[in-house]
Design a protein around this ligand. Sequence first.
Ligand code: NAP
Length: 455
Amino acid sequence: MSALQRVAVVGSGPSGVYTVQALLDQDPTSTLAVDVLDRLPCPYGLVRYGVAPDHEKIKSLQTNLRRVLEDPRVRFIGNVPVGEGGVAPEELRQLYHAVVYCVGAATDRRLGIPGEDLDGSCSATDFVSWYSGHPDARDGFPLTARSVVVIGVGNVAVDVARMLVRGAAELHTTDMPQTPLDALATGPVRTVHVVGRRGPSQAKFTTKELRELGTLPGVRTTAHASELARDPALGDPGELPAAARRNLAVLEGWSRPDDPAALPSGSRIDLRFFLRPVEILGTEGGAVRAVRFERTAPDGHGGVTGTGEFEDVEAQWVLRSVGYRGVPLTGLPFDAASGTVPNESGRVLRDGAPSPGEYVAGWIKRGPTGVIGTNRPCAKETVTALMADAEALAARPVAGQDPLVRLSAGGRHPVPWSGWLGIEAAEARLGSTLARTTVKIPDWDGLLRAARQSA
Ligand code: NAP
């Protein structure tokens, strides 16, 4: 039996690294060589650029991911884009016996309502990228806003709401770049309205993340008693999944009557429900001034219907936090409706049939749901399929030379693991010059310079 020798994993976020881990665990021969390709010179994907900077415990997962990437059978190759303008999937098929795409869901979903492109209407994923120091992040956020509307009630909405009201002392200990830290620490945000179109029992956030909103220094968190009461599950939560039951209990603890006089002073996170965004309203100058919502009511089937009643919530900044969306990777099939690559247990399907040597794992396989740990069984399923195909894959001829030679062609300058270690060292030095712990380098030039200096 010939052994599987070369596998590429595209993407070094949690799904990519859990895939590598599963490959190492399931490889019976120990002859496997795994190349982990990433378009960035840094590994860890959303753990580095998506997990909120103040969630240091989740961030410390990097230590586990690092252990996998430092296995002698694994080689990190950063700064190599795959797809449009980069290495084509067909080329990877010629270099590796198998390729597993773990490229995540790189963009945000849109609302499709008037006013979505006004100044001050932004996607939460762009905001997250900016405060996380992603080198492709856009800037230009309306940081003078006093009132912010966050649309959506998932964990990203909770993250951005929390980051908007965090104070200097709490941000200082994170690895955020200095510019967003200064802007957020001194920003005048007073109220963050986090708004769900359905009821509190249908919110997507997890209880741990929700509860944290009630522990922020100097911040009051409120929910509206009248809106909680609209949820049929409130009176009879027994049928709800445990997580939804816990969420309801937390929200009830923050409930207050709809009386403006009862509003707490100081910064506030206000959780709203049964309000569907219908329009973002602008000033004459084209900046956001409010969001118009239609009051909704439960339809008895888990959805909601409009009631024809409207409410405008004043805000100078809108963050659309309605989920991520996968983007097509040139050369791979794509299902636009689900934003995923068609697959069967991780085997990529081309015209309905498994494409030999091509696999997917993570959000590009199953859609942008679940917490980081969800990627572990997902990766395991894909690798089990791959290993079941191993004999046929190993028999497929691949190019004789080291794939790195081809990956370096055409003016590409791959960043090896030693280059990443150089970035880490430079970020630690930057931190010490700012009297902080490590501080992220937020631009391509800075990252590549640091990588070059040590590679
Ligand atoms: P999400 O969990 O899918 O939540 C999206 C929210 O947007 C839902 O409340 C959804 O409401 C709402 N929504 C969707 N379309 C809408 C529309 N047209 N108008 C109004 N509201 C709309 O997405 P996410 O918050 O981006 O999170 C993505 C994944 O990352 C999740 O699995 C999440 O748990 C994970 N994550 C985890 C953490 C953590 O563990 N700390 C942190 C960040 C992200 P409906 O339910 O009504 O559709």
